[in-house]
Design a binder for this molecule. Sequence first.
Ligand code: SF4
Length: 205
Amino acid sequence: MQKINYGRMLDEKLEELEKNDEKPSLLLHACCAPCSSHTLLFLYGKFDITVYFCNPNIAPESEYEYRKSELKRLIAELNLDVKIINEDYDPSPFYELAAGLENLPERGERCRRCIEYRLRKTGILAAESGFDYFTTTLTISPHKDHEFINSCGGKLADELGVKYLFSDFKKHDGYKHSIELSRTYNLYRQNYCGCIYSRRLSENG
Ligand code: SF4
């Protein structure tokens, strides 16, 4: 089956919005400051952006709070007119969805459920709050399966009745740009994805 070019889909969507002189509202799920850096600058001015920090997968709590505070600092230092919605720390939904899947490698079923959970929360909030679109910064990561993320986002959009912004934020050297921005703003770049299982994997090499 032919692969969908999600990067091109985003480019075409941006062209369409510009042509129609539209600036829709967007609820952007953000996993951390480094992944948000390029993504925010790439979308800024084209959408009225609200960032949503919803990541019950992150452990321990101190790590969650640190990633959240780095994201807030980045937005302030970039001087962006962007609102932030934060979820309080509650990892229980993550441990429920990960039960029995603790030893799977990254990109397996645990990760698919983890991503689906965060996208669903974002989609539900977007629908309830009347946002035009929702999406996630996660497609910037070369470690993540952007095809799964986009297919999941598209299904949730149909189910929840709110548009999903398809993306591959790696395009246009997005990942490289995020590394440069991380250096410029001295952002904390974690060495594990987020959950306790990915941390163990990174510690054990
Ligand atoms: S490795 Fe990352 S994506 Fe996978 S379950 Fe853990 S936090 Fe979620």
